[in-house]
Design a protein around this ligand. Structure first.
Ligand code: Z5A
Length: 205
């Protein structure tokens, strides 16, 4: 594989969408071939799974179903999109990946890390992102930003304590995998956030 695999993570309202657009433009200006994708989703099948996962009507979905659907979508995504793009030398920017599973299904829902790790190895083998940007800010402030958007999906209906656990799990992973993670303070104005990201991208390039 000659391309680079960049993932963007964070809890609610941290500004992933705004900053992904910045990363994409920055890399394109440098002449990189960029593929932008997201999880859950990124393929036709994966987007159908995403609709099931986010549908606020699916209140009966148990945590294991949620976990297995995340990895089912990921298996398809890796096979159809991510691995071929990396093999073709593209820079893949993925809006969330397996760290989100550890944060939401692990931290948020309380599924044991070892069970997630089993599925991670099954689906990814040894593939890991080259760099993971963790956009981090206090949960309440993020939820305040996110509240200005459309009707909440199944995850967005969770309470503050759930997102506190998600944030804590993300920060624990960033500490454990400090070589891969870049923790970005997402609270200041967008230009300040992007200056931090640009610095890390320059180092990667
Ligand atoms: N999920 C999971 O549970 N397990 C998994 O393995 C995976 C995912 C892969 C859908 O993800 C759900 O799937 C997600 C976790 C779960 N659920 N949640 N919650 P998603 O990534 O598609 O959904 P999202 O988290 O709601 O992300 P988003 O739509 O990309 O929003 P965002 O990160 O919060 O970013 P934003 O829309 O760019 O920013 C929010 C607002 O803040 C917006 O009005 C911006 O203009 C504003 N903003 C952004 N930056 C700033 C700054 N710096 N200052 C002021 N205002 C700002």
């Amino acid at each position: 594989m000659s391309g680079k695999f960049i993932t963007i993570e964070g809890s609610e309202g941290v500004g992933k969408s705004s900053n992904i657009a910045f990363i994409e433009n920055y890399l394109r200006k440098l002449g990189k071939q960029v593929l932008l994708t997201r999880e859950p989703g990124g393929t036709e099948l994966g987007e159908s799974i995403r609709a099931l996962l986010l549908d606020a009507k699916n209140t009966a979905m148990c945590s294991d179903t949620e976990l297995l659907l995340m990895f089912a979508a990921r298996a398809q995504h890796l096979d159809e999109v991510i691995r071929p793009a990396l093999a073709a030398g593209k820079w893949v920017i993925c809006d969330r990946f397996t760290d989100a599973t550890y944060a939401y299904q692990g931290g948020g829902r309380g599924i044991a890390e070892a069970r997630i790790a089993t599925l991670e190895t099954w689906v990814q083998n040894t593939l890991q992102p080259d760099v993971t940007f963790l956009l981090d800010m206090p949960v309440a402030a993020g939820l305040e930003r996110a509240s200005k958007r459309s009707a909440p999906d199944r995850f967005e209906q969770e309470k503050l304590a759930f997102f506190e656990r998600v944030r804590a799990a993300y920060l624990a992973r960033a500490k454990k995998y400090s070589g891969r993670f870049r923790v970005i303070n997402a609270e200041p104005a967008l230009e300040t956030v992007q200056a931090q990201i640009r610095k890390s991208l320059d180092e990667l390039i």
